[in-house]
Design a protein around this ligand. Structure first.
Ligand SMILES: NC(=O)c1ccc[n+]([C@@H]2O[C@H](COP(=O)([O-])OP(=O)(O)OC[C@H]3O[C@@H](n4cnc5c(N)ncnc54)[C@H](O)[C@@H]3O)[C@@H](O)[C@H]2O)c1
Length: 248
């Protein structure tokens, strides 16, 4: 028996890093995984390695794409049990350096997409306790990091929106749980990009070095826990996984 036997899981940003690991872990536990991403070749490659998984091209900042993807998955499986709003990107620059376009890009791809994902998937989630939404935040949404003000704003917004959506689901009696996870530094292509882009003395990088980098499985195991019945008493919360970085 797998912990997610027969459940349908939609994971955004599933072609790489944390999303790809979430897909592997959830499929191992019996979920029917749909991974979506803008990276088509990479998404198809990851899906081909996971039994039963499918890849769909999906720009999470597009409302039309969300409508199409949700309709496609519901057409295939009838419903969606688990939604992982994981897709993301980062652009570096202080408030004085960053363009408004880069600010908006990060808000679109992370905060707006989380709004759209929850909005379009909740109507297709079951009300039997299997519905679980996991929104990928970051410790950048909790503590200040001067090099990523827009990323931090998007992630802080995700944490706040998660709580409000969780309350909505409870008020409606949906039995859908809604949580966010705030990782610290985890080894993925995104953090490799950060190491390449930032000065080695950047305070954000120094913090990561001081606390050590985690592995994608450190996050995927929590995603699995929240998605499974083991997380049945957890909703509206933000789970920090950062080896103590935010406590000093
Ligand atoms: N790696 C870390 O240390 C870390 C820390 C905190 C939070 N996070 C968050 O975890 C999530 C996954 O990050 P990762 O480290 O695996 O990065 P990653 O770059 O390996 O993966 C992100 C994926 O999102 C996809 N994506 C980007 N824009 C998209 C769009 N418009 N539509 C659909 N897909 C899009 C990318 O193609 C990529 O496959 C992100 O939300 C990130 O902010 C990561």
């Amino acid at each position: 028996m797998g912990r997610l036997d027969g459940r349908v899981a939609l994971i955004t940003g599933g072609a790489s890093g944390l999303g790809a690991e979430d897909a592997r872990v959830m499929a191992r536990e019996g979920a029917r995984v749909v991974l979506t991403d803008v990276q088509q070749d990479q998404g198809e490659k990851v899906a081909a390695e996971i039994p039963g998984a499918i890849y769909l091209r999906h720009d999470v900042s597009s409302e039309t794409d969300w409508q199409k993807v949700v309709a496609h998955v519901v057409g295939l499986y009838g419903h969606i049990d688990i939604l992982v709003n994981n897709a993301g990107l980062v652009r570096f620059g202080t408030i004085e350096e960053m363009s408004f376009a880069d600010y908006k890009l990060q808000i679109d791809v992370m905060l707006d997409s989380t709004f759209l994902g929850c909005k379009y998937v909740i109507p297709h989630m079951p009300h039997d306790g299997k519905g679980s939404i996991i929104n990928m935040a970051s410790i950048g949404g909790i503590k200040g990091i001067s090099a990523i003000p827009a990323y931090a704003a998007a992630k802080g917004g995700i944490i706040a929106m998660t709580r409000s959506i969780a309350i909505h689901c409870r008020e409606q009696g949906y039995h859908i749980r809604v949580n966010s996870i705030a990782p610290g530094g985890i080894v993925t292509p995104m953090t490799a990009q950060a190491v390449a882009a930032l000065d080695v003395e950047d305070p954000g990088l120094k913090q990561n070095r001081d606390h050590g980098m985690g592995q994608p499985a450190d996050i995927a195991n929590m995603v699995l826990y929240l998605a499974s019945d083991e997380g049945r008493h957890i909703t509206g919360t933000n789970i920090v996984i950062d080896n103590g970085e935010t406590i000093g």
